[in-house]
Design a protein around this ligand. Sequence first.
Ligand code: SAH
Length: 243
Amino acid sequence: MQQSAPNVDAAEVAKFTGLAQEWWDPLGPFATLHAINPLRLNWIDAHARLRGKRVLDVGCGAGILSEAMALRGAEVTAIDAGSEHLEAAREHARETGVDVTYLQTTAEAFSEQHAGGFDVVTCLEMLEHVPDPDSVVAALARLLVPGGQLLLSTINRTPRAFAEAIVGAEYLLRLLPQGTHEYARFLKPSELGASLRRQGLQVRELKGLTYSPLTRSYRLTTSVAVNYLLYAQAPLPGAGSDS
Ligand code: SAH
């Protein structure tokens, strides 16, 4: 499927499938995703109030966020273009007993059958790996119920992001495997915001996620110069558009 789906870069997905067995190692190549998980989970839960919600996690990897949202009481479906790490996700869910439905598909293909099917859609650390992020954003918008909530994260395209997210994180601090990110695929918040508004969504919050090498910890900040989280909402029927 990686080869044939139009908006999947097989080489990008292979960066993640090749490490399928290491996803759940908190000190392995995805240590950063483990480290930021409580922070982003709390941010998502504060906006989306996950308990009882139908949630779709797009580009779920081996389910680090998907499982955590299910543990907060959400009914989680999680999709990814890669096969091996989805298998690792299923295996982990069997071990922990956490209930998540994992499917190998793309947002675009899934949205054809499930338009309007989710209260909450999450898509974290994925948009910077796809050839056409606008096409993903359009699919994410289609998947939401009216008034539904979309929680995203990606990396800004700034000199500072190049220095910190690529040179710093991949080469100096070795927080991520080398080659994880390509600078040209980073997205400015203004570009992502414009893409969301073209789909009729309203941007409700933009937050920076900053790593401090001194304390080796992450926190939410007002600076969106490198990593950022974005919360957007689908319009309610009858609501005038202010975008
Ligand atoms: N969202 C997870 C994993 C991020 S890693 C987290 O934040 O913890 C990026 C994931 O996106 C990988 O698992 C990769 O296989 C997936 N991916 C990349 N391109 C994709 C696409 N076009 N459709 C679906 N998944 C994709």
